[in-house]
Design a protein around this ligand. Structure first.
Ligand SMILES: CC(=O)N[C@H](C=O)[C@@H](O)[C@H](O)[C@H](O)COP(=O)(O)O
Length: 234
């Protein structure tokens, strides 16, 4: 376990999760994104789906954080909700298995998921949204926490990453904290690292061209409100 975490310490993880149903939503493209991330200096990968974990495992020996996402109207828990998901991800080759560890109504307890990860000899990553959830996840046996779900458990999703939570979790746990969620610039990644992040996970800004394009298209729309609207050059 320690060697995997050592390999990630102070390094970047790239999440390769295409927009669902979009043109990039194919296993071979996920593998290509993963290899491109490796070429760029990523030390680890976050991959969704058992078959995609298996395919990326066959292509690289970098540490993989595996998740399964299940959208089910009967529960708000989407990321790796069950022990069966944990076992399948471990079998497919994930080194770290991440799961929702928020304190919402859930199909299976955090404790049971962490136990299942450890039974498979893997590292348990708790995706949380608050400092108290991080503490409870640690107490339930999780090895690392990720700030993945900050901003996603109700209300409008903020624009910026939650670096304050990274610092709070690092202080609370004194163990590995992965900063994740809405990191879009190198400056934000550096700030999270300075705030105590063990690793920073970047997804959309590297592997969701639809989102990246929308950010730039939005910037153009803002720009049009300037000189053109004021009668500037067409
Ligand atoms: C909230 C949720 O479901 N997050 C997911 C977790 O795996 C992914 O959709 C994100 O892309 C990932 O966390 C990386 O974040 P960002 O794409 O903002 O860099």
């Amino acid at each position: 376990m320690h060697s995997v975490l050592d390999r990630l310490r102070g390094r970047l993880v790239v999440s390769c999760q295409p927009v669902v149903g979009g043109p990039m939503d194919r296993t071979e493209i996920v593998v290509a994104f993963a290899l491109a991330a490796v070429a760029g200096g990523a030390a680890g990968l976050r991959i969704e789906g058992v078959e995609r974990v298996r395919a990326v495992r066959a292509a690289t020996d970098l540490p993989i954080i595996g998740i399964v996402k299940r959208v089910d109207p009967t529960t708000p828990i989407i990321i790796t909700p069950t022990r069966a998901d944990v076992a399948a991800l471990a079998e497919a080759g994930a080194d770290i298995v991440a799961f929702d560890a928020t304190d919402r109504d859930r199909p299976e307890p955090v404790l049971a998921l962490a136990e299942e990860v450890h039974l498979a000899g893997r590292i348990a990553m708790a995706d949380i949204a608050t400092r108290s959830q991080a503490r409870r996840a640690r107490d339930a046996g999780c090895d690392v926490v990720g700030t993945t779900l900050s901003g996603y458990t109700g209300g409008p999703v903020p624009e910026d990453p939650d670096i304050v939570l990274v610092e709070a979790c690092a202080e609370e746990l004194g163990g590995p904290v992965f900063a994740e969620g809405r990191y879009r610039t190198a400056e934000e990644v550096e700030a999270a690292s300075r705030a105590g992040a063990w690793s920073v996970v970047v997804g959309s800004a590297v592997t969701r061209p639809e989102h990246i394009t929308a950010w730039f298209a939005g910037a153009m729309a803002e720009g049009r409100r300037g000189p053109l609207a004021a009668g500037g050059r067409a």
